[in-house]
Design a protein around this ligand. Structure first.
Ligand code: ATP
Length: 236
């Protein structure tokens, strides 16, 4: 698989005439890019705008291909997948059924091949294939959400606060999965409030405050920055 490059230029988005994001430029290169920022900065809105779930201005390209604005299916067809905040599983459906839904755009034979791959990549989900998703633990549900997104064989995987509400051990396990996915050639763009752990696995990071990018650098440089340490790591 060849890794994709996301290029975002002049992105703006908002709700009912109220601008939340202004003039956002972001490049997500092969590897892991993390987006940091305080509550309400617009991180979720950014991922939703890129995924076609909310209208936006500006241009977003994946390996040069224009990502359509406000067309979620079109974005999936061009190789983008979003693991939304709160996982958004179908709790009354089984793990197996949730995964199948992630491959709804691909023919049945290819879907079966990807399902087998998902179960190979996530053995715990194979054991639980017939369990209702809503009865899984938080960490297991987040794994289902990631595995479901991978069913569309994305070039760009976006994750919105995947570690939210998980125990520390599960956070580590989940971030290891994200690392593995990136090492397989999928470009990852991740919003994460677990700043230290996210920067430890990321290549680059952006800081979003009040709807604007206020810092962009390599992950080691952000980890070492006094401003980041004060604002997000509780150390100076
Ligand atoms: P958090 O870390 O708290 O999830 P965030 O950085 O992801 O925050 P967003 O969820 O993108 O921020 O919200 C940015 C702003 O947009 C907030 O002021 C929020 O109230 C507003 N907003 C988000 N969704 C909607 C909506 N559906 N309708 C109206 N305003 C919204």
């Amino acid at each position: 698989m060849t890794s994709a490059r996301l290029a975002v230029r002049g992105l703006g988005a908002g709700y009912g005439g109220f601008a939340v994001l202004r003039a956002i430029d972001i490049d997500a290169l092969p590897g892991i890019t993390v987006i940091l920022g305080p509550n309400g900065a617009g991180k979720t809105t950014l991922l939703r705008a890129l995924a076609g779930l909310t209208p936006r201005e500006g241009e977003a390209r994946l390996d040069g291909d224009l990502l359509p604005s406000h067309d979620a299916t079109g974005c999936v067809r061009r190789g983008l997948a979003l693991v939304a905040e709160g996982r958004q599983l179908f709790p009354q459906m089984t793990v197996h059924e949730n995964l199948e839904l992630g491959g709804w755009l691909v023919p049945a034979a290819e879907r079966a091949r990807r399902l087998a791959q998902a179960f190979a990549d996530f053995p715990r989900l194979k054991e639980r294939a017939s369990q209702l998703a809503g009865t899984m633990s938080g960490g297991e549900q987040q794994m289902v959400a990631v595995a479901r997104a991978m069913m569309s064989a994305p070039r760009l995987l976006m994750l919105d606060e995947p570690s939210l509400g998980l125990a520390p051990r599960m956070v580590d396990e989940l971030l290891a999965i994200v690392q593995r996915i990136a090492s397989q050639g999928v470009t990852v763009l991740m919003v994460e409030q677990n700043v230290r752990k996210a920067l430890a696995i990321a290549d680059r990071g952006y800081v979003l405050e009040r709807g604007r990018i206020v810092a962009a650098d390599t992950a080691p440089a952000l980890l070492a920055s006094d401003a980041i340490r004060r604002a997000y790591l509780g150390t100076a």
